[in-house]
Design a binder for this molecule. Structure first.
Ligand SMILES: [Zn+2]
Length: 457
């Protein structure tokens, strides 16, 4: 029996215990006695001048590039090959480095680990990634402590909430089995003081239960995929349900569109703030009270590149976001193609912070899958975990009964049955058609869509 089945068979109090134990373990990786100091320091850096940031990033970049070129197998081999071919380009200059594609990282993640790293323990992150490319990532406690301190400072504290407040999240974990028709469609995680709400049970029938859970658990703010929270918000508005006041709704993991912001704000009577980040920890950004999405310069250096050529383009022009991680010194990723699109904007925000501003994360714009019983299901990429050799995948809803999965298999792929099981757990009884393809076509503007619906919803 797999872990999920065991969890689903537990009575609710034991689910709470299971989720909380998982949370305490994550807390250990993410936070330590130095966290509050790191948060204060991150907030102080908000007021650094552009010059201070430039100097800080240059120094840190020199360290990371040296580390990668000399002690990371993948990059050391790369430079040795170039040297053998007579290439004398310096590895001290970022623009001399190749663009790193996601599939290369996916194929051999350990080749990106710094050698002889004093055998420190790693948190192993299995991610579904964007565009259905699953990854395995290695992160030390120290790296995670720094990342989550910045997260605490620039996402929570900017919005006058903290990790000690009670909060809710709508995410991709299967906290409740698909076939369950009665609440709870959530689990309380005591370690995080977090109400984890299922993203697989949002429908007009269940909206009142969701809202009363927010009330019962007295949550102060909510973090959610905008697609899921918009589905809930639209239902709240349609049904004219009274909701408890929230301090803020924080949008993550997908682009936030104006219509979504308006619906969420109307339903929950609070501001909606956008964030941008990724499990690879090479890039992070959060929205200030003046509506600018400020980059976190400690996380990485961002270059925006042309769609066709590996060349930087000027500010305000949208292109591919390429990031060089500065935070993670166990698994350095240099000029990593994030799969997202956006543009950089120079100058100072009216909020007074000198953190650079990224314009318009023009990334995925996924549809939701509509089930026969009226549920709207957003992100499905948790089904493509790192145990699955898939390069890219796309989920297409043909009609209320049929879902087509297009995928580019990696070596050793033989997982249709496992994929079918995971889809069944999230979407119930539907016909799943698997289609092997050479590549997944991009939509207009080169946008990748992980989920396409041909059903009106
Ligand atoms: Zn600002």
């Amino acid at each position: 029996m797999d872990k999920l089945k065991v969890y689903h068979s537990l009575p609710y109090p034991l689910k709470v215990l299971g989720a909380s134990l998982h949370g305490y373990n994550l807390n250990h990786w993410r936070y330590g006695p130095e966290t509050e100091r790191l948060v204060e320091e991150a907030l102080e850096r908000d007021t650094w001048s552009a010059e201070q940031w430039k100097n800080w990033q240059e120094e840190r970049l020199a360290f990371i590039l040296h580390l990668a070129a000399t002690r990371v197998p993948y990059y050391r081999d790369h430079w040795q090959k170039r040297r053998a071919a007579g290439d004398t380009a310096s590895w001290e200059v970022l623009s001399n480095w190749p663009i790193l594609k996601k599939y290369i990282l996916r194929e051999n993640p350990k080749a990106f680990l710094v050698e002889d790293n004093a055998a420190q323990g790693f948190y192993i992150e299995h991610t579904s990634g964007t565009s259905g490319t699953p990854l395995t990532l290695y992160q030390s406690r120290s790296t995670l402590h720094h990342w989550y301190a910045i997260y605490e400072a620039r996402i929570r504290r900017w919005n006058h909430v903290s990790r000690n407040d009670r909060w809710a999240i709508i995410g991709g974990q299967m906290v409740t089995p698909f076939n369950q028709t009665k609440p709870p469609f959530w689990v309380w995680n005591q370690a995080f003081r977090q109400l984890y709400l299922s993203s697989y049970h949002i429908s007009d029938v269940n909206t009142e239960s969701y809202i009363s859970a927010l009330q019962t658990y007295q949550v102060r703010y909510i973090l959610s995929y905008p697609s899921s929270l918009t589905a809930l918000a639209e239902s709240v508005i349609r049904k004219n349900i009274k909701v408890p006041p929230l301090q803020v709704a924080i949008s993550n993991a997908e682009p936030l569109f104006d219509y979504q912001r308006a619906a969420i704000s109307e339903a929950f009577h609070c501001p909606v703030n956008n964030t941008y980040g990724m499990s690879e920890l090479v890039c992070g950004a959060s929205e200030c009270e003046h509506g600018s999405l400020h980059l976190w310069p400690e996380a990485g250096i961002i270059e925006v590149m042309d769609d066709e050529k590996d060349e930087k383009i000027s500010q305000y022009v949208i292109g591919r976001i390429i990031a060089t991680g500065l935070l993670n010194s166990e698994m350095p990723l240099i000029r990593y193609e994030t799969g997202d699109r956006g543009s950089l904007k120079e100058g100072t925000c009216t909020c007074g912070r000198h953190l650079p501003v990224i314009n318009q994360i023009d990334g995925r714009m996924d549809d939701v899958i509509l089930t026969r019983d009226g549920r709207k299901i957003g992100r499905l990429d948790p089904i493509f975990k790192a145990d699955m050799p898939i390069q890219e995948a796309q989920i297409i809803q043909e009609d209320l009964e049929t879902v087509r999965i297009k995928y580019v298999p990696g070596s050793g792929y033989d997982h249709d049955q496992l994929l079918s099981q995971r889809l069944h757990e999230r979407l119930g009884n539907m016909n799943f058609i698997f289609e092997r393809v050479e590549s997944i076509p991009r939509g207009s503007n080169g946008k990748f869509k992980a989920v396409i619906s041909k059903v009106r919803n």
